[in-house]
Design a protein around this ligand. Structure first.
Ligand SMILES: Cc1ncc(COP(=O)(O)O)c(C=O)c1O
Length: 406
């Protein structure tokens, strides 16, 4: 029912005419996110990631503009995820010191006196790769320890990169959601602190901070768009694993633009389309078992409960995609039309461009592109959330043609 091997499946939701009370998104407002971005700005590694214009691709497809935010430049870690883990750890430590986040900066938290005051803390998490690397990086920068669990099938290079950041990292015999449960159990047993990028009942503070951390990225993008004389995009495609990233961006845009917000589409792999399924059913639905998609960062079967509420109330549609859609996006970005910048985008980063390309090229999506009004007036924003975080896989796909289009 849910899985057509070849086509992008979709479910559009008339959220704008739904007058039911909606979930509060104020904690993701521009004003709140400014504080978080100021904290990120205090890192010596902080620079805004580029916002590329893909003018020739846009012209090719008869779209007004395509903008792509390139998170492969984030703190030298090749993915956006560190924004969440670093802010959550910073906020946790600030709280422990009885200080507001506006009263601390990264250097202060790193200082030997503060480290002494805080003592030794171990942060534990589960990850497909990028989040764990971000948590390991932030913990080691702050002189603290980290333990990271990865699901069965995780790539060796992603494991090695986490270990390089000083974490005790291992691949477990279970899927992503089993790894989340294990980190929770181990935290209880050893008195560690879980820094998980997803929420569940009773575990909501840290994931909320993680989502706020992602806010920095969309805040930068809006500022960069303004410099391009664009007030707001008309369409935003948001790839989702547990949905924290999509929920954070959706919340920010909703707080900023209200009813005039862009059309937002949540994009998932067929193998892990828990938000698509949940939207179809009108309640949270879990995908279990192994999720063999190439989009490793999106291979999560249990939605973030906080984020789910935001997406349910404000997102316009859900797309479930076969793997070749992401692979096509990677190739388009790696081999751009003349005049457009080349972007190294990994499997979970490129699916938005893959979706746009198929929607605009193929006859079978004519109705869908009309339904979401993707046309010559559209200003599209996509976020390439990672670079080649698995370089061999990147080469297999982009150079050797793995995962060919159907
Ligand atoms: C590169 C990349 N993009 C997107 C996502 C999706 O984020 P979320 O799990 O918050 O939906 C992830 C998650 O790990 C990721 O690594």
């Amino acid at each position: 029912m849910y899985k057509n091997q070849n086509l992008i499946e979709y479910h559009l939701v008339d959220v704008r005419n739904n007058k039911e009370p909606k979930v509060d998104i104020n904690y993701l407002s521009e004003k709140e996110i400014e504080k978080i971005r100021n904290f990120h700005k205090s890192f010596s590694q902080y620079t805004e990631t580029p916002l590329h214009r893909l003018d020739n691709l846009a012209k090719h497809y008869g779209i007004k503009n395509i903008f792509l935010k390139d998170e492969s430049y984030r703190f030298g870690l090749n993915a956006f995820k560190v924004l969440g883990g670093s802010y959550a750890i910073g906020k946790y430590l600030a709280d422990k010191l009885g200080l507001d986040i506006t009263e601390v900066n990264f250097e202060y938290l790193k200082s030997p006196e503060i480290k002494k005051k805080l003592g030794e803390i171990t942060f534990v998490t589960a990850t497909d790769g990028n989040h764990g690397r971000g948590v390991a990086w932030a913990a080691s920068q702050l002189g603290q320890k980290s333990v990271v669990y990865m699901p069965r099938g995780s790539s060796q290079i992603r494991l090695d990169n986490i270990r390089k950041e000083g974490a005790e990292a291992s691949i477990i015999d279970g899927n992503y959601d089993d790894a989340v449960r294990l980190s929770d159990e181990m935290a209880r047993k050893h008195g560690w602190v879980v820094v998980q990028d997803t929420a569940w009942e009773g575990y909501e503070d840290i994931p909320t901070w993680i989502m706020q951390g992602y806010g920095t990225l969309i805040d930068e993008a809006m500022e960069q768009l303004a410099l391009e004389k664009v007030d707001k995009p008309t369409h935003v495609f948001l790839q989702a694993g547990v949905g924290s990233f999509a929920g954070a961006v959706q919340g920010y845009l909703t707080a900023k633009f209200g009813e005039d917000r862009p059309i937002t589409i949540v994009v998932e792999p067929d193998d892990a389309n828990c938000l698509y399924r949940s939207a179809l059913r009108g309640q949270i639905e879990i995908v279990d078992g192994d999720m063999p998609t190439i989009m490793a960062g999106l291979a999560c079967g249990e939605p973030n409960t906080i984020s789910y509420e935001i997406l349910k109330d404000y997102s316009d549609g859900y797309f479930s995609c076969p793997d070749y859609v992401a692979a096509r996006g990677m190739r388009i970005l790696a081999s751009p039309l003349k005049g457009d910048p080349q972007v190294k985008s990994g499997e979970s980063g490129a699916v938005g461009i893959g979706v746009i390309s198929l929607l605009m090229e193929r006859d079978e999506y004519r109705d869908l592109r009309q339904e979401i009004a993707l046309n010559e007036d559209s200003i599209v924003l996509v976020i390439s959330t990672e670079g080649d975080t698995d370089p061999q896989k990147y080469i297999d796909i982009v150079w050797d043609g793995d995962c060919a289009s159907i």
